[in-house]
Design a protein around this ligand. Structure first.
Ligand code: SAM
Length: 211
């Protein structure tokens, strides 16, 4: 019989694989043609040699925009192989310029350092403190002093669910509390995201740097 960890992973993966298999990438509620995060990533001043990881990147076209800006060391991690398959198919031959990892961010541990860790709307699905802590252990192992974390979640004005799942809403201060005292807030803004169906969702966008 599968242990509890395996079951939780399988349930999560099945939810997201099913979603990416049944919805067009431009129809998912979180779709952005030009990701808001792009401007925050550019504001950090990192150059094209920087090592960037997009955690819970799914089918996001952030990777397309990063490749267009000549970033050379990009990793996209997601629990859903199906979500990554959508991005790979869109990128065609450029997909080989990206490192793809299928993993649960609450369990995965980096084996290299990153100059920038990006997460838009993945961390907020972690509703239990142990899994939040475990995610942050992974982040802290991969983001060393001087490096950046660009993280966004539904804000405290945002919806309480996303994609049918409960979320933890946070403002910049609460995102900072989760990261820890050695991450300082460089920039934050809240922004209304209009979903393809016209619903408004308020996001908290943040850029932190580890000191
Ligand atoms: C709301 S979508 C956001 C996708 C992308 N970041 C964007 O902004 O377009 C959440 C993503 O997080 C992924 N995800 C959810 N839980 C995860 C986990 N524990 N580990 C890794 N990825 C996860 C989902 O598969 C999905 O692709």
């Amino acid at each position: 019989m599968a242990d509890e960890t395996t079951s939780a992973f399988d349930a999560r993966r099945a939810h997201w694989d099913n979603l990416y298999a049944t919805k067009a990438p431009t129809e998912v509620s979180w779709y952005q043609e030009i990701p808001t995060s792009l401007a925050l990533i550019e504001a950090t001043g990192i150059g094209p040699d920087a090592r960037i990881i997009d955690v819970g990147g799914g089918a996001s076209n952030l990777v397309d925009h990063l490749l267009a800006r000549r970033f050379r060391d990009i990793t996209v991690l997601d629990i859903s192989e199906q979500g990554l398959a959508v991005a790979k198919a869109r990128l065609r031959t450029d997909a080989s310029r990206v490192n793809w990892i299928v993993a649960d961010a609450t369990e995965w541990r980096p084996d290299e350092e990153y100059d920038l860790w990006h997460d838009r709307a993945a961390f907020h699905f972690l509703t239990e403190v142990p899994e939040q802590n475990s995610y942050m252990d992974g982040l802290r192992a991969g983001v060393l002093p001087g490096s950046h974390a660009v993280i966004s979640t539904f804000s405290e004005e945002g919806p309480i669910r996303c994609s049918g799942l409960p979320v933890v809403r946070r403002d910049a201060e609460r995102i900072g509390n989760a990261l820890g005292d050695d991450f300082i807030l460089r920039f934050q803004k809240n922004e209304d995201h209009r979903t393809p169906r016209g619903t408004v969702q308020n996001f908290a966008y943040t850029w932190f740097q580890r000191i």
